[in-house]
Ligand binder design. Structure first.
Ligand SMILES: [Ca+2]
Ligand SMILES: [Ca+2]
Ligand SMILES: [Ca+2]
Ligand SMILES: [Ca+2]
Length: 471
C-alpha cells in the first residue's frame, strides 16, 4: 500500500530525470560552445596582437631607414666635400638596406623603369616650374595645349598661351578650381591642368611612390592599367618634379656669396680671384641683367666693360653658333675694352658656380637639375634640340671619378658648346638637396611590410621634411 506512491513517484520521476539529463547535456553543449568561442576569440586576439606587433616592428624598421638616410643627408650639408660630387650618393646607397633586431628596411627608387638602391634624387628630374614648353613637349603624351596650360597654371598673369588655359576656361567648364598662378607644389597638381590625365602624369605609378607595386604590374587585373612587364613607367612623374630647390649654401658649406653685395676682399678669399678680377666681377654684377651663365660664353673683361649684348642674347635663347668661343682660356681675354682683366681660369669659374649667386635675395628660383644624376633621357628632354650635348654630358661625367663639381667643368668638352651650357645653366647645376625616401620596413617575425615615404630637403639644417606618408 505504501508502495503505490513510491511507484507513483518513480513513474513521475522518470520523465523529470530525463528532463534533467537533457538540461545537463544542453548545459554541457552551451559550455562547450562558450569555451570554443572564447578560444577562437583568444586565438584571434593573439593573432591580432601578433600582427599589431609585426606592424610596429615593420613600421619602426622603415622609420629607421628614413632616419639613417636623413642623417647622411645632414652630414653632407654640414661637412660637404666640394671636391667629390659622388660621395653623398655612395653613402646614401650604403644605408639603402639595413637591419634592426626586429625587422629590416630597404630603400629603392626607379630609374629608367628599374628599381635601384637609395632614395630618389628630386634633382635628377626637371623642375616643372622652370621647364619651358619646348622641354615639356619632349615628354611622352604631352600635347601643345597641355604644355601651354602648364605654363598658364604657374605664371601669374591671366593671359592664356597660344593653346593654353587660364582662369576663364576653368570657370566656364565648372572645374571647381582655378589655376594656381604660382609655382606647382607637387607633380600630382599637374592633373588639375586642363587636358592632363592621371595616366599621363603617373603612368603606371598610381600611388606615386616611385616603386613598382603589385597592382602596378598585373595588367588589367587591378587599377591602374599597366603592361605587366616588370618595369615601372612612371609617366611625367619620372622626369618632372616640383620639389627640387635652390640652396643658399655654397658647395663648401658656407652661405653663397651674393656678387651684387660682396666686397672685393670676400671675392678674392672665397672665389680665388685676384684684385683686378674681383673689381671686374663687381662691375659685371652691377648690370641689371647680369646672369652667372654669361661667364660661360663671354670673357670677364668684356662683360665688366658693358658686355656684348649680341652674345648675351645668343646665350639666353640657347642658339648655337657654329664655333666655340675660346677667349676665356687665353690669358689676354677677348677684344673687350677691359682686356687687361685676366680671364677666369677653370678653377676660378668652378668656384664662382659653386659659391656665388646673382639671384636677388628672396625671389623664387625653381630647383635645378643635377647634371651628375639626371638619367640620359631627362638630359635629352632638357636639351630638346641638342642630343649631342646631352650625350656629351653623360660621357663627360662618367669620365671623372668625382663627378662634375660645377657646370663650368663641361667647358672642357669639345662636344658641348659654351652656348649650349649657358642655355641650360639657369636650370641645371651639380648639386642635389631634395630627396624622396621610400623605405619599406619588414617585420622579422611575420614578414609583414609597412612603407613610409618622406620628402626631405637638406638645403637647410636641420633637414626639413616636406612630406610624410605611411601605407
Ligand atoms: Ca596664369
Ligand atoms: Ca607605385
Ligand atoms: Ca594593374
Ligand atoms: Ca610596366
Amino acid at each position: 500500500m505504501e508502495r503505490q506512491p513510491i511507484n507513483f513517484r518513480t513513474s513521475r520521476a522518470r520523465p523529470r530525470r530525463g528532463a534533467i539529463i537533457v538540461i545537463v547535456i544542453w548545459a554541457v553543449a552551451i559550455a562547450a560552445v562558450i569555451v570554443g568561442a572564447a578560444q577562437v576569440l583568444a586565438f584571434r586576439q593573439a593573432a591580432m596582437g601578433r600582427e599589431a606587433i609585426a606592424k610596429v616592428e615593420a613600421r619602426w624598421a622603415a622609420r629607421a631607414g628614413i632616419e639613417e638616410t636623413i642623417a647622411v643627408l645632414e652630414y653632407h650639408t654640414e661637412e660637404p666635400d666640394p671636391t667629390d660630387a659622388r660621395q653623398m650618393f655612395k653613402d646614401l646607397e650604403k644605408c639603402a638596406d639595413g637591419e634592426l633586431a626586429s625587422g629590416s628596411w630597404e630603400i629603392r627608387h626607379t630609374e629608367d623603369g628599374v628599381e635601384i638602391p637609395g632614395p630618389q634624387d628630386e634633382h635628377a628630374k626637371i623642375n616643372v616650374n622652370g621647364a619651358n614648353r619646348l622641354v615639356l613637349l619632349e615628354l611622352a603624351n604631352m600635347t601643345m595645349d597641355v604644355a601651354d596650360g602648364i605654363v598658364d597654371w604657374r605664371d601669374n598673369d591671366a593671359n592664356p598661351g597660344l593653346m593654353g588655359a587660364e582662369r576663364d576656361f576653368y570657370v566656364n567648364r565648372d572645374a571647381g578650381y582655378v589655376p594656381r598662378d604660382a609655382p606647382f607644389r607637387s607633380v600630382a597638381e599637374l592633373e588639375l591642368v586642363a587636358g592632363a590625365f592621371p595616366s599621363s602624369v603617373r603612368g603606371e605609378d598610381a600611388n606615386l611612390n616611385g616603386r613598382l607595386d603589385p597592382n602596378e604590374n598585373d595588367g588589367a587585373l587591378s587599377e591602374p592599367q599597366d603592361d605587366a612587364d616588370g618595369m615601372l613607367d612612371a609617366g611625367w612623374s619620372a622626369a618632372l618634379t616640383a620639389r627640387s630647390t635652390v640652396s643658399l649654401i655654397g658647395s663648401g658649406g658656407e652661405p653663397k656669396l651674393d656678387l651684387k653685395s660682396a666686397t672685393a676682399e670676400e671675392m678674392q678669399e672665397r672665389l680665388g680671384v685676384n684684385a683686378q678680377q674681383a673689381a671686374a666681377l663687381t662691375q659685371f654684377a652691377k648690370g641689371p641683367s647680369a646672369k652667372l651663365e654669361m661667364l660661360l660664353t663671354q670673357d670677364l673683361g668684356s662683360l665688366s666693360s658693358g658686355g656684348r649684348s649680341g652674345s648675351q642674347n645668343q646665350a639666353q635663347n640657347g642658339r648655337q653658333p657654329s664655333g666655340r668661343q675660346s677667349g676665356r682660356s687665353s690669358s689676354g681675354g677677348q677684344q673687350g675694352q677691359n682686356s687687361r682683366v685676366p680671364s677666369l681660369d677653370s678653377q676660378q669659374l668652378r668656384k664662382i658656380f659653386q659659391e656665388a649667386t646673382l639671384d636677388a635675395p628672396g625671389t623664387y628660383v625653381p630647383g635645378k637639375l643635377n647634371l651628375n644624376t639626371a638619367p640620359p633621357s631627362v638630359l635629352r628632354a632638357l636639351l630638346p634640340d641638342d642630343p649631342i650635348s646631352a650625350d656629351a654630358i653623360v660621357s663627360q661625367r662618367g669620365a671623372s671619378s668625382s663627378g662634375l663639381l660645377a657646370i663650368s667643368d663641361l667647358l672642357g668638352s669639345s662636344r658641348i658648346t659654351p652656348q649650349a651650357l649657358a642655355a641650360i645653366a639657369p636650370y641645371a647645376d651639380t648639386q642635389s638637396y631634395v630627396f624622396t625616401i621610400t623605405s619599406r620596413g619588414r617585420a622579422m617575425t611575420t614578414g609583414l611590410e609597412v612603407e613610409i615615404t618622406a620628402v626631405v630637403d637638406r638645403s637647410t639644417l636641420p633637414a626639413r621634411i616636406l612630406e610624410y606618408r605611411e601605407q
